[in-house]
Design a protein around this ligand. Structure first.
Ligand code: FES
Length: 105
């Protein structure tokens, strides 16, 4: 199992358990686990409402791709550790990571 800790907008934390062989994005996992995230474009990297912040995890996950950066640059609250949850595929090395939900509610 891959365990992720998700911090909500109010600061409350929840652990989400995900099977290793799942082929989903973090955005899809957040939606499936009833976290409130709009993701209005459905994962096309067009809306930025799936904005999350990486709080803990392997260094490579702190780096947004160029596609993400184009969108994140339009957000007032994006930071160096901001990512788009729809662009993060769940993988085993994400076990133990901590994300904070940032996108508008
Ligand atoms: S769901 Fe729209 S950018 Fe991620």
């Amino acid at each position: 199992m891959i365990n992720l800790t998700i911090e909500d907008r109010d600061g409350g934390r929840q652990t989400v358990e995900i099977p290793e062989d799942i082929n989903l994005s973090l955005m899809e996992v957040l939606k499936a686990s009833d976290h409130h995230i709009l993701a209005t474009c459905g994962g096309m990297a067009l809306c930025a409402t799936c904005h999350v912040q990486v709080l803990e995890g392997p260094e490579k996950y702190f780096k947004a791709t160029d596609t993400e950066l184009d969108l994140l640059d339009t957000l007032p609250d994006a930071a160096a550790d901001s990512r788009l949850a729809c662009q993060l595929r769940i993988s085993e090395d994400m076990d133990g990571m901590v994300f904070k939900i940032k996108g508008e509610a």
